[in-house]
Design a protein around this ligand. Structure first.
Ligand code: ADP
Ligand code: ASP
Ligand code: MG
Length: 822
């Protein structure tokens, strides 16, 4: 093998080094890259750094637990040594014994001191890398592969600066060159994370710093590529743990990677890019568990499409807000704020200042906020005393969400889209900052909202489908058909419109079926049949999951009890679509509460299917009103059952026989009185009246019932038996109408003054209402614009298929409002 071939640097994270089996896999993966000189930089075995830090603290706290924890850590490493080195393990086992004996001495000293010194922490937390790299290097030799172990503490010199740990390049390069001269090899196995400071003390590059080590050693060895091996296929458009729909970014620029990493994309340490940029070394992020995947490539190449590449969230932060009218126009206040913080080595994650200069807001780590607050109070004592600064306010539990992409700069509307998504997800934005590069917009939000925000924003930029958590109440007639329609449409909605409707709960009056990721709609009946008990509160709570951006309930029941929940649900921000008439025609006070709560929370309440099933009646009426038309009168036939009866009633059969037939065909309610008494029609008329802004109640409607008062009591069978008693009177009304060339129709009417009537009317045979088919519904709007020739909407207005379709259409309107491309 020619040594003149360039090196490639490979860095393996903790997950790749978890145990002997994974470490052996690392060696095997690298060995397949035959002929490639390698710099192999490794992290500690997974969890070891945390364990070492905990040891320091528990020893310093004089708790005796540390001895046992230390023994466990030693056993873990000894076991790995035996597994990796087999018969050749002896020397390494002895070396590990010595290492752990030394560590025990340090911990013992800490226990005597009773305080965890910075130096001890720096020394101890880096030991995991020393051990893991030693094991891997030994394993290569046992395999018969080239390997020289390189302890980075003998090479790397660094100093801590404001922007992070900086490398002393000339000294480090000289030490590395000397090391290589003394021990030439085609493979060096290097300890990640560790280094020495300018005083020669062992230190580290900061948590997650092995990535940075990988790039530094890549640079020192003049490597042509740096591969960072981890447990995911590359850099995703968001943390795949938080947003499972995140997509892999195949190519991103150094700057994009820096921004994502800085704002919390743990997959790569933000400083990793610096040495690579300087020498134009491409970085690949790859998966040890899937080594054939190319991963993400990070390089100088910029691509402006899509404008937003990814979203990340940084948690554990707090906001410091310096407020006061006395700051206005006073130069240098911002400088003093940041000067004070810099002086205390407090790093400021984000800064935002309103142009009024009335307040300066900065975001710092929550762990540092108390100290930061003290520093600011000290720096501004005078101003606080004089009231020029009113207060320094601290808000904890903050996350910063950052949207990142090189293409954002030339792409107007990105910020608008971001805030739109946050608004529709009902996420309160506490502070905003946009980098001058326009490569990043960051917003500070409450941590409790972070998961939801991440998903909403991610979907809002079409990086993933717009997900809506859907709950269906009442899986009877309409509900069951709606679920079937959702199942059939789902693949198309997803592919065409990026809309992901997940039915996560189905509730009956007592039964509740739920699923975290979405009920498999192909088998929903079985799932529902096996479901346990649950009430509407449990149902709504599940639908309104904190991690999903939007929640929607489709109430397919006709229940007043469900309608009674609407005010609460809407106030929580849950959207509602329904064919249930109870809310729209129930007490006006509740109706108003529903509208007010929806307005306040931004949740949508849509009920098109409550009048005329799938026919566009309410939508048409709203369009007329919204475009400034004046509604003079609404007339209609809103009962499919009554339409059917009077279409057929021509005297050839008695009216009672027609009712019996309709009942047999399933065109009536189980008790036909519920159709014949006109109350259902009255409810629909009330719903329309309220669209006009009228405060109509059902009791205000003058209803001419077809059921005589004396028939109101008694069973359905009694009623059916009594029904022929109505035939004569009905025939008389028909004859009278016919004598005038008219027909009988059951009509609802409303005028602009609020006069509402429902009852049987004789209508000219030429009237639109006289010429419907079967169960056709009608509504006729007489308006300023549609005056001589009113606007008529006609069509089948009942039946589960068209009603469910009406509910579905409302659902899609809500989705479109939320940003789906429907
Ligand atoms: P390692 O131990 O290999 O250094 P880390 O746990 O430090 O691995 O980083 C990998 C993890 O980073 C992934 O498992 C993933 O959950 C997380 N992560 C956060 N943001 C992103 C992102 N945008 N793309 C990919 N992974 C991410
Ligand atoms: N082992 C160190 C840590 O856990 C460094 C690293 O893995 O990158 O922070
Ligand atoms: Mg890492």
């Amino acid at each position: 093998m020619s040594i003149s071939q360039p090196f490639v640097a490979h860095k393996f994270g903790g997950s790749s080094m978890r145990d002997a089996e994974r470490i052996a896999h690392v060696a095997a993966t690298l060995a397949t890259r035959a002929g490639e000189p390698q710099i192999v930089v490794v992290s500690a075995m997974q969890g070891v750094t945390d364990a070492l830090i905990a040891l320091v603290h528990s020893a310093a706290a004089r708790s005796d637990d540390w001895r046992e924890a230390l023994a466990r850590l030693r056993d873990r490493h000894q076991a790995a040594a035996l597994a990796l080195l087999g018969a050749h393990a002896e020397a390494t086992v002895a070396w590990l014994d010595q290492e752990f004996a030394n560590l025990a001495d340090v911990l013992h000293a800490l226990a005597l001191l009773g305080t965890p010194s910075r130096e001890a922490l720096d020394l101890v937390q880096g030991l995991g890398e020393v051990w893991s790299s030693h094991l891997l290097s030994g394993h290569f030799k046992v395999r018969g592969d080239a390997s020289v172990w390189c302890d980075a503490r003998e090479i790397l010199r660094v100093r801590a600066e404001e922007l992070g740990v900086m490398v002393d390049w000339p000294l480090s390069q000289a030490q590395f060159d000397t090391f290589r001269e003394r021990q030439p090899s085609t493979r060096y196995v290097v300890t990640g994370f560790v280094a020495r400071d300018s005083e020669g003390r062992a230190t580290t590059l900061g948590r997650n710093g092995s990535d940075y080590s990988g790039a530094i050693f890549g640079a020192l060895a003049a490597a042509v590529e740096v591969h960072i091996w981890t447990d995911v296929d590359g850099v995703y458009s968001a943390d795949p743990r938080a947003v499972p729909e995140a997509v892999l970014i195949p190519e991103l620029s150094y700057h994009e990677a820096c921004e994502l990493a800085y704002f919390g994309a743990k997959v790569i340490h933000p400083q990793t890019m610096a040495p690579a940029i300087e020498r134009q070394i491409p970085i690949y992020i790859r998966n040890t568990f899937n080594p054939s995947h190319r991963g993400s490539r990070i390089s100088a190449k910029r691509s402006l499409e899509p404008p937003v590449k990814g979203v990340s969230a940084f948690s554990g932060l707090a906001i410091l807000n310096v407020e006061g009218a006395g700051m206005i126009g006073v130069p240098g206040t911002a400088e003093r704020v940041f000067g004070a913080l810099r002086h205390g080595s407090i790093s400021v994650v984000m800064i935002s200042q309103g142009s009024s200069e009335h307040s300066i807001c900065c975001v710092v780590r929550e762990a540092e906020v108390d100290r930061a607050e003290r520093l600011l109070v000290e720096a501004f004592t005078r101003e606080l005393d004089r009231g020029m600064i009113e207060r320094i306010a601290v808000t904890r539990g903050i996350s910063v969400l950052a949207v990142v992409g090189d293409g954002m700069a030339g792409h107007p509307g990105t910020a608008a889209r971001l805030f739109d998504q946050l608004g529709r997800g009902r996420i309160n934005v506490r502070a905003i900052a946009q980098g001058a590069s326009e490569r990043n917009i960051s917003v500070a939000i409450d941590s409790a909202d972070a998961a939801r925000a991440l998903r909403a924003v991610h979907a809002g930029f079409y990086l993933s489908a717009q997900t809506i958590s859907v709950g269906v109440v009442g899986p009877g007639n309409v509900g069951a058909v709606l679920i079937e329609q959702l199942r059939e449409a789902a693949p198309r909605l997803r592919a065409q419109f990026g809309l992901d409707l997940r039915v996560r709960a189905i509730s009956g009056s007592r039964t509740l079926a739920i699923s975290e990721t979405g009920i498999d709609l192909a088998h929903w009946r079985d799932t529902y049949a096996q479901a346990g008990d649950g009430d509407l509160d449990a149902f709504a709570k599940h639908v309104h999951a904190s991690h999903l951006p939007h929640a929607l309930i489709a109430d397919c029941s006709a229940s007043p009890l469900v309608a009674a929940q609407y005010p609460k649900w809407l106030a929580q921000g849950i959207h509602i679509v329904t064919p249930n008439k109870q809310a729209g025609s129930g007490p006006i006070a509740r109706y108003r509460e529903i509208l007010a709560n929806a307005r306040e929370s931004g949740a949508r309440f849509r009920y098109e299917a409550s009048v005329g099933a799938g026919l566009p009646i309410i939508t048409t009426l709203r369009d007329l009103i919204d475009t400034g038309d004046r509604i003079d009168r609404i007339e209609g036939m809103f009962s499919g059952t009554l339409a059917f009866l009077f279409n057929r009633f021509d005297g050839s059969q008695p009216f009672s026989a027609l009712v019996r037939e309709a009942r047999q065909l399933g065109y009536t309610e189980p008790d036909p009185r519920d159709d014949l008494d006109g109350r259902d029609v009255a409810r629909k008329l009330v719903i329309l009246a309220r669209e006009l802004g009228l405060a109509t109640e059902v009791a205000d409607v003058d209803v001419d019932s077809l059921v005589p008062a004396e028939f109101a009591a008694g069973s359905t069978d009694d009623f059916m038996a009594q029904l022929p008693a109505l035939d004569a009177a009905m025939q008389e009304r028909l004859d009278a109408a016919r004598a005038n060339g008219e027909v009988l129709r059951f009509v609802a009417s409303l005028d602009a003054s609020g006069k509402a009537r429902v009852g049987l009317r004789a209508m000219p045979a030429s009237h639109a209402f006289a010429n419907g088919k079967l169960t056709d519904n009608f509504v006729q709007f007489t308006t300023a614009r549609y005056n001589k020739n009113p606007l008529v909407v006609q069509g089948p207005g009942a039946g589960p298929d068209v009603t469910a379709a009406g509910v579905f259409a409302d659902l899609l309107r809500v989705a479109a409002y939320l940003g789906a491309r429907v």
